[in-house]
Design a protein around this ligand. Structure first.
Ligand SMILES: [Zn+2]
Ligand SMILES: [Zn+2]
Ligand SMILES: [Zn+2]
Length: 145
């Protein structure tokens, strides 16, 4: 199944980086490779050798260092997700049914930020955009129910 394949790949990446550097760097490369926000549980099961509190501590450090960011997901899947900030700024689509993330490029936002600056006298330093809805495979699955 697809899930198994994905897990195997994540473990491979983690084991490879483990020898090179510390656990923090391992988390960063996992988030970098996956390219979508991951929950603490996802991170823990991908880099399975440590306990959960080690993962939390590492994420706390990485967040304070500005290398990862937390994203609160107001959806049934609840928990915060973490994503790598070192890559191009992107946005995510989140499926409310299967809770998957799909990264999409950021476009048209420079103009909005300029509008905000002139209309509200507000300097935007950052924006976060999450779109919620139903992904293609969930739509297809529902058709046959
Ligand atoms: Zn879906
Ligand atoms: Zn969700
Ligand atoms: Zn953007």
């Amino acid at each position: 199944m697809q899930r198994g394949k994905k897990d195997l790949r994540m473990n491979g990446v983690c084991n490879m980086r483990k020898r090179l550097s510390g656990f923090r760097k391992e988390i960063v490369s996992l988030l970098d490779v996956r390219g979508i926000p991951l929950s603490v549980k996802d991170i823990h099961s991908a880099c399975g050798e440590s306990d959960l509190s080690t993962v939390y501590r590492a994420l706390e450090y990485l967040e304070s260092a500005g290398m990862v960011k937390a994203l609160a997901i107001p959806c049934g899947c609840g928990q915060s997700r973490y994503y790598y900030t070192g890559k191009d700024h992107i946005h995510y689509l989140h499926c409310e049914e299967c809770h998957s993330f799909i990264p999409i490029p950021c476009s048209g936002m420079k103009k909005r930020e300029e509008d905000i600056r002139s209309n509200y006298n507000f300097d935007v330093t950052e924006h976060v955009l999450l779109f919620f809805g139903k992904c293609g495979s969930c739509k297809a699955r529902n058709k046959f129910l």
